[in-house]
Design a protein around this ligand. Structure first.
Ligand code: P6P
Length: 338
């Protein structure tokens, strides 16, 4: 095939972030730019460890000792430490919440005006099977760094100023929004740069795919089962396809690009569902809305939910506007016998 001549106008993630900063004019201090660049570096480094792990079977070797004699860390712990250290060193972050750490981390003496909530390696239970895993992050503004506390992150998802994820799979994809739409980047390992490959991602208004763990159907509430019934046995005789990877970053990435609906509902067994608000539901809902989609708990906009604690969970239905609105109709018609 006649190869395309190389572009002479390469848009890297750094260039993209700087152009967004310039668009904000003088009010932008450059702090968010520096923070996002720190996160970009962690994504590259985690990507290289995930790739290596598959080669040298680093995964799961907790307890084994490496040449320095220190404990070999599992990938999710390693990824957490990479992010905590990079965010602290950036000087722009004064509060952190990580899926791997029980308490909020307050960065002592930091003047950082941002808080970062993150799952350093979501889906890591799948990694031995070679399934795509990812880092999910959200960024809140911290009003007064000298008074930085957990209160700076116990805020509804609508207060996020930025959110994104990096998916580690056959290629490394970073998807980011700073509130002006969603852009996707692919890591060019030769350059060590994330290149803009999916500008201005818009989710189709309706899709043909549903993504639920139907192994939980026995516990699903009536509206969920009735909704699924309606797309598996539709009047028009054209059922939806089922796609469920079991790694949120991969399921959401596909939903953003192809459309359809992803759901992790609340049910009789899990009263609040399984997914965590701060570093799973909120960032993915922020991205979904920025891409023109809808994200609901079934009865409430996810981004309006106020977390009571940093590891709190909430039900998640997100994706194409028309598909999620269809789901909401079943909850609205329900008498709520949970
Ligand atoms: P289940 C992975 O463990 C995770 O946190 C998300 O990435 C994923 O969407 C969900 O759990 C899968 O859960 O119960 O379907 O295996």
């Amino acid at each position: 095939a006649d190869l395309e001549p190389p572009t002479t106008d390469l848009i890297t993630l750094t260039r993209h972030i700087l152009s967004r900063q310039r668009a904000l004019g003088e009010e932008a201090s450059g702090d968010l730019t520096m923070l996002l660049i720190a996160i970009q570096v962690t994504s590259k480094y985690i990507a290289s460890n995930v790739r290596k792990a598959r080669l040298i079977n680093l995964v799961g070797l907790a307890g084994a000792s490496n040449v320095q004699g220190e404990d070999q860390k599992k990938l999710d712990v390693l990824s957490n430490d990479i992010m905590v250290n990079a965010l602290s060193a950036s000087g722009k972050c004064s509060v952190m919440v990580s899926e791997e750490v029980d308490e909020a981390i307050i960065v002592g003496g930091s003047k950082g005006t941002y808080a970062v909530v993150f799952d350093p390696l979501d889906g890591s239970s799948n990694i031995d099977a070679g399934v795509n895993v990812g880092t999910i992050f959200g960024i809140y503004k911290v009003a007064d760094p000298s008074k930085a506390s957990v209160a700076d992150v116990l805020k509804p998802g609508k207060d996020l100023v930025a959110a994104g994820y990096t998916m580690y799979g056959s290629s490394c994809n970073l998807v980011l929004s700073t509130g002006q739409g969603v852009d996707g980047f692919t890591l060019d390992e030769a350059l060590g740069e994330f290149i803009l490959t999916h500008p201005d991602i818009k989710i189709p208004s309706r899709g043909k795919i549903y993504s639920f763990n139907e192994g939980n159907s026995l516990h699903f509430y009536e509206p969920t089962n009735k909704y699924l019934e309606s797309i598996k046995y539709p009047a028009n005789g054209k059922p939806y396809s089922a796609r469920y990877i079991g790694s949120m970053v991969a399921d959401v990435h596909r939903t953003l690009l192809y459309g359809g609906i992803f759901g992790y509902p609340d049910d009789k067994k899990s009263k609040d569902g399984k997914l965590r608000m701060l570093y799973e539901a909120f960032p993915m809902s922020f991205l979904t809305e920025q891409a023109g989609g809808v994200a609901t708990t079934g009865t409430q906009r996810i981004l309006d939910v106020v977390p009571k604690n940093i590891h709190g969970r909430c039900p998640v239905f997100l994706g194409s506007k028309d598909d999620v609105e269809d789901l909401k109709k079943f909850y609205a018609a329900w008498d709520g016998e949970k």
